[in-house]
Design a protein around this ligand. Structure first.
Ligand code: IFM
Length: 454
């Protein structure tokens, strides 16, 4: 058994996290340009203005991908670079067109994500994702990009982790745009789903018929008391998974959130649009989540940064506690647990048989140290990748149809609310100079790919 023929071995990044060049060649601000400037929102006040400077180092980065032996590269397209103010920007489009050409020349399949959290600021000013028109604008973005790159992109991903966009952005307020409005977060979740469906439909009309279409969800692999698991699973996973895969919104989620919203933002016909047929479902996995029912009296426990603070992203889950799992932990404070990856893959395979799956992100931040000789011996990251890749293999052996694995991330980059203080890269970035240095994990991944594809 093991990895099937044609399995994609990749690495992933996202535009705001690596590109920089925030005000160059016609790009206009996105919500992260604004949010990162609000005092206290991002560690050390870091912004993505320069990030890993990939906009100017694209060729060097593609050359590194080729040396790694990647068969695919997952990147995202900055909406405000290609359509600033809603008008096509030739220089922005040329950047991605050149990237795609260079990838193809290097034998690397381009996997393009249309939205990785960087809503153009003018669309947030008009209401953002809680507003239905944003979904229509996204479909327009998809169609325009599809017309430019549609002859060359291997796989299209509409949205990356809509849970984060909706619930970290509009309920917890820890991601851009930083709003704490639970009802708006539910509307945002619906409009993201709608945007996905409209975009798949728009793309299919203009791109190559051989292109694959997908969405990427960050599945929360839940453990703990069954009813707490059911409830969090609803608002964290099934609120996206079910409608996208044709089952409509789960009734328990609508009931659990009834005191927050009447869901009147869902209109007749939306379910069919959202259920646009997919070729592959992208799943991101980092660690599992442990929950139990809260009795309402004991001091409430919260497991990590995402779940702390007054506002919870888990709308409607006021009587759930998020517990700290036993370690070891990554530098994010996330437990290292590769079994959760296999459980997650098998769960989706069991609940939605016949849907091809792809791990579109998996990786770990650690406090990398550069030794006197300039070497970064990140044995902890190697162990993490080794065990998680083994978990994918065992899920395949148990019957899951997994078509690819993408390490997060190719490069150290801007880790959202943590700024540059967390490093997930296979390749180290010196933010003062932009210099890249391979960590031991990069060489290990290169060798792992070579073994799998020999
Ligand atoms: O860096 C992020 C990425 O943008 C989305 N998925 C999780 C990663 C690590 O937090």
């Amino acid at each position: 058994m093991g990895f099937p023929e044609g399995f994609l071995w990749g690495a992933a990044t996202a535009a705001y996290q690596i590109e920089g060049a925030a005000a160059e060649d016609g790009r206009t601000p996105c919500i992260w340009d604004t949010f990162s400037r609000v005092p206290g929102k991002v560690l050390n006040g870091d912004t993505g203005d320069v990030a890993a400077d990939h906009y100017h180092r694209r060729r060097e980065d593609v050359a590194a991908m080729a040396r790694l032996g990647l068969s695919a590269y997952r990147f995202s397209i900055s909406w405000s670079r290609v359509l600033p103010g809603g008008r096509p920007n030739r220089k922005g489009l040329d950047f991605y067109s050149a990237l795609v050409d260079e990838l193809l020349e290097a034998g690397i399949a381009p996997v393009a994500t249309l939205y990785h959290w960087d809503l153009p600021q003018e669309l947030e000013d008009a209401g953002g994702w809680p507003v239905r028109d944003t979904a229509r604008r996204f479909a327009d973005h998809a169609e325009r990009i599809g017309r430019v790159l549609g002859d060359r992109v291997h796989t299209w991903t509409t949205l990356n982790e809509p849970w984060c966009s909706a619930f970290l952005g509009y309920a917890a307020g820890v991601h851009a745009p930083g709003r704490v409005e639970p009802e708006a977060a539910l509307a945002a979740a619906h409009h993201l789903n709608l945007a996905h469906g409209l975009a798949v439909r728009a793309l299919r009309g203009v791109v190559s018929p051989t292109a694959r279409h997908s969405i990427t969800l960050n599945m929360h692999q839940l453990r703990g008391e069954p009813d707490a698991v059911r409830q969090v699973d609803g608002i964290a996973n099934r609120v996206f998974l079910d409608p996208v895969l044709g089952r409509g919104y789960p009734e328990d989620v609508i009931a659990d959130t009834a005191s927050v919203s009447d869901w009147s933002f869902v209109r007749d016909g939306d379910d069919a649009v959202i259920a646009a047929p997919l070729d592959v479902l992208g799943l991101n996995y980092y660690s599992p989540t442990l929950v139990r029912r809260w009795d309402g009296t004991s001091p409430r426990v919260h497991a990590d940064g995402h779940k702390q603070g007054a506002a919870s992203p888990f709308v409607g889950c006021d009587t759930v506690e998020f517990l700290r799992q036993p370690g070891p932990y990554t530098a994010m404070g996330w437990p290292v647990d590769a079994n959760g990856m296999e459980e997650m893959l098998l769960r989706v395979h069991r609940d939605h048989p016949g849907v091809p799956l792809m791990i579109t992100e998996n990786g770990a931040a650690f406090d990398d140290e550069i030794d006197a000789g300039g070497r970064i011996g990140d044995a902890d990251r190697i162990a993490y990748l080794r065990d998680h890749i083994a978990a994918v293999e065992s899920a395949i052996d148990a019957g899951a149809d997994v078509r690819g694995y993408f390490a997060w991330s190719l490069l150290d980059n801007y880790e959202w609310a943590y700024g540059y203080a967390r490093r997930f890269g296979l390749i180290h970035v010196d933010y003062a100079t932009g210099n890249r240095t391979w960590k031991d994990s990069a060489a290990w991944y290169r060798d792992r790919i070579a073994r799998a594809t020999a």
